[in-house]
Design a protein around this ligand. Structure first.
Ligand SMILES: Cc1ncc(COP(=O)(O)O)c(C=O)c1O
Length: 413
């Protein structure tokens, strides 16, 4: 069976984690600190904070950036459900903006239309006019909040499938309305963006908004089994997220362990256990060394798909615009008019030939907790319904790619 994804793990990760296990320090400790430092250096950020997952990273970051119960956070529905759930963890409610079908990311024009036509500027911030419509979703925490309801406290953009969104336009719009931007970079470790039309590139996570959140789930380009990372240049956010991931304790375990004076820690805020372990961090350090090579191979695999499918009119891959270097965490192919089979039939055809694929990215607003008649997101729904995610992983051979392309061509003809 050709899987849709497969982590690239070697004896390097085995040896690194073995050493940590035998050291006896297996919870968050020196390896996590080292991984944070190396990751921050890799993306060009001042600070990093490792977490148990990207979901927990998003929760800590939204809370630390000031998202409060009753607020709304602007985001996309076309994402893994954790993006929307993290907003709800803060007692806030997501407002979904449609995507651009060329990039599968937030459409800056739709964002501007929403901020201009559907929000009011009040003395204490920007407010969503139609907040009462959000109360239709039974699970919304807004049902319990009466004051300041509808304040727009953040824009949570997603670099979907590793493809950087149009950050330049979105940051400009957000600064006009004075709303912080947080980046869901779950899929985007190793992706790059240019702000000078391709002359120079910066890593996603530098960060360009207030903070960026990464995932190290095995479906991502680099993995720690489970795990996440927050990067920021804002020392205040960094201090807050570090406190919140560790029960609000004002001392780290390492500080307490190394002190020659008896230490009395204090718990200064209501918080969580969202720590990464040193075993995961040791794996992360090895994966980070491999990241540039992992990205390069993925780029060449997608290049091969693009070349081989160029003459198939009914199949299209997203274009990497000028100023974008995606890591191709996932490679979506859109099935258009003229295909002999439906999207689902093509996926079944491939599965019958031992090729695993996945449907396009889910839409949160189509799932039960977020269903509400107010959403009109045709592009998000089209992307979900018409795309197939093809296998991309480091050890996928050229022969494997040829076989997948051959079967895909047979399935559509
Ligand atoms: C866009 C996006 N955000 C958040 C997450 C959640 O990441 P994690 O599984 O590390 O919590 C994912 C995972 O697939 C994702 O794709």
């Amino acid at each position: 069976m050709i899987p849709v994804a497969k982590p690239y793990l070697t004896e390097d990760e085995v040896n690194a984690t073995r050493d940590v296990i035998l050291s006896g320090w297996v919870t968050q400790g020196p390896k996590v600190a080292e991984f944070e430092e190396e990751f921050a250096h890799f993306v060009g950020a001042k600070f990093a904070c490792a977490t148990s997952s990207c979901t927990s990273a998003l929760h800590l970051t939204l809370q630390s950036c000031g998202v409060r119960p009753g607020d709304v956070v602007i985001t996309v529905s076309h994402s893994f459900i954790a993006t929307a759930n993290a907003i709800r963890f803060c007692g806030a409610e997501p407002v979904f903006i449609d995507i651009d079908l060329a990039t599968y990311n937030m459409c800056p024009d739709s964002l501007r239309r929403f901020l201009t036509n559907q929000c009011d500027q009040r003395k204490d911030g920007l407010y969503f006019q139609n907040v009462s419509q959000l109360l239709a979703a039974e699970e919304t925490p807004l049902n319990y909040v009466e004051q300041h309801i509808g304040r727009v406290s953040a824009i949570l953009v997603v670099h979907q499938m590793g493809m950087p969104c149009d950050l330049q336009s979105i940051l400009e719009i957000a600064s006009e309305y004075d709303v912080p931007v947080i980046e869901d970079a779950a899929c985007a470790a190793g992706s790059e963006i240019s702000f000078d039309v391709g002359k120079t590139f910066e890593k996603i996570g530098r960060p360009h908004g207030h903070a960026a959140c990464f995932s190290f789930h095995p479906r991502k380009v680099m993995t720690t089994g489970e795990g996440g990372m927050i990067t920021t240049n804002d020392e205040d956010i960094w201090r807050k997220v570090k406190l919140l991931r560790h029960h609000g304790m004002d001392l780290s375990d390492v500080q307490r362990h190394e002190s020659r004076l008896v230490q009395m820690e204090q718990y200064v805020t209501t918080a969580f256990n969202y720590r990464m372990t040193d075993v995961q961090a040791a794996m992360g350090l090895e994966q980070l060394k491999k990241l540039p090579a992992l990205v390069e191979r993925r780029r060449s695999i997608v290049g091969a798909y693009r070349k081989a499918l160029a003459d198939v009119d009914c199949l299209s891959l997203p274009e990497e615009g000028a100023g974008i270097h995606t890591n191709w965490q996932s490679c979506p192919v859109r099935v258009g008019e003229g295909a002999a089979r439906t999207r689902d039939e093509i996926m079944q055809w491939l599965l019958d030939k031992d090729i695993a694929t996945r449907p396009g990215i889910m839409n949160a607003h189509l799932e039960e907790p977020y269903q509400n008649k107010m959403w009109h997101l045709p592009n998000s729904e089209t992307a979900r319904a018409e795309t197939i995610i093809l296998p991309v992983y480091h050890t996928l051979s050229d022969k494997g790619i040829e076989f997948i392309v051959e079967q895909l061509k047979l399935a559509v003809s």
